[in-house]
Design a protein around this ligand. Structure first.
Ligand SMILES: [Zn+2]
Ligand SMILES: [Zn+2]
Length: 245
C-alpha cells in the first residue's frame, strides 16, 4: 500500500523507527529552512498526502527538537492537507464514493523516498544538528501533553486495537475491500482535525496568539497520523515505555 509499507518495513527491520540517517537529517534541515514553502515541494506534499509514515514522523520529530516545539511550518502544511481531506470527505451524490476514493489516494511518492533517502543515507549536517535531530524528547513531550486530545483519533488498524477510527491509508483499504466503514464517523473525525488545526495554525499569527488550546495543538499529531499512519508515534509513546494499554 503506497510507499508507506516499504519505508515501514525498512525502518522496523533495522530498529531505526525514529532514528534519522545523516542524509535524512540533511534533507529535513534544508526543508525546514524554507523549502517547505517552495511551490514544487508543497505540490509534491499535496499529491502524496505529506510524507510516508517514517519520514512524516521523522520530519515532525526533528522540527520539534530543533525548534523547541514551535511547529508553525508543519501546522501550515497539515492545515492545508486536512482542509482538502475535509472537502473530499464531504462529497456525496452519484459517483461521490468513487471520486472520494480516487482523491484520497496518494498520487505521487513521498518526496524523501523519491530521493532515495532512508535509514542508511549519507549526508553532512553539523554534529550539533545531528545530536538534536536524533533526540525524540521534544516530540515525546509534545505528544504526552496533548495525548488526552489525540488518543481517540488513533487508527485502530495501525494500533491493532478495537477502535473503528481509521487513518487515510486504512480507510482506503477498508473501502476497497468492502469492509463495513462508518463514513459519517470518519467524516466527523476529519472535520474535527481540520477545524482544530486551523485554529492552531492561525494562533501563530500575532493577532491570534494565545487563541489555541491543547486540543487544537493535539490536532497536529492527529493530522500526521491520519495522513501517513500511526506506527512510529505508537512505538514512541507506548511501546518504548512499555505502558501500551
Ligand atoms: Zn518516505
Ligand atoms: Zn491506520
Amino acid at each position: 500500500m503506497e510507499s508507506k509499507a516499504r519505508c515501514s518495513t525498512i525502518s522496523e527491520r533495522d530498529g531505526h523507527f525514529l532514528r534519522p540517517s545523516n542524509g535524512e537529517i540533511h534533507y529535513i534541515w534544508w526543508y525546514m529552512q524554507g523549502s517547505i514553502m517552495n511551490p514544487e515541494v508543497r505540490g509534491s506534499l499535496r499529491r502524496a498526502w505529506g510524507f510516508c509514515e517514517r519520514h512524516a514522523w521523522l520530519a515532525l520529530s526533528i522540527e520539534a527538537s530543533l525548534r523547541h516545539s514551535f511547529l508553525m511550518g508543519p501546522a501550515i502544511v497539515y492545515e492545508e492537507l486536512m482542509g482538502r481531506a475535509n472537502q473530499i470527505m464531504k462529497k456525496r451524490g452519484p459517483w461521490g464514493g468513487f471520486r472520494r476514493l480516487t482523491a484520497l489516494r496518494a498520487h505521487g511518492r513521498c518526496l524523501m523516498c523519491e530521493m532515495g533517502l532512508g535509514p542508511h543515507s549519507r549526508g553532512f549536517p553539523s554534529p550539533e544538528v545531528v545530536v538534536k535531530a536524533q533526540d525524540t524528547r521534544e516530540l515525546m513531550n509534545f505528544a504526552e501533553i496533548t495525548k488526552p486530545f489525540w488518543e481517540m483519533t488513533v487508527c485502530g488498524v495501525c494500533a491493532g486495537s478495537e477502535s473503528k477510527v481509521l487513518c487515510r491509508s486504512h480507510l482506503i483499504e477498508g473501502l476497497v475491500k468492502g469492509h463495513k466503514v462508518n463514513l459519517q464517523e470518519q467524516r466527523e473525525l476529519v472535520k474535527s482535525i481540520a477545524n482544530r488545526l486551523h485554529i492552531y495554525s492561525r494562533a501563530f499569527v500575532w493577532e491570534h496568539r494565545g487563541t489555541d488550546t491543547m486540543a487544537d495543538r493535539a490536532a497536529l499529531i492527529s493530522a500526521v497520523g491520519w495522513t501517513s499512519g500511526w506506527g512510529p508515534l505508537i512505538r514512541l509513546v507506548y511501546d518504548r515505555k512499555g505502558k501500551r494499554s
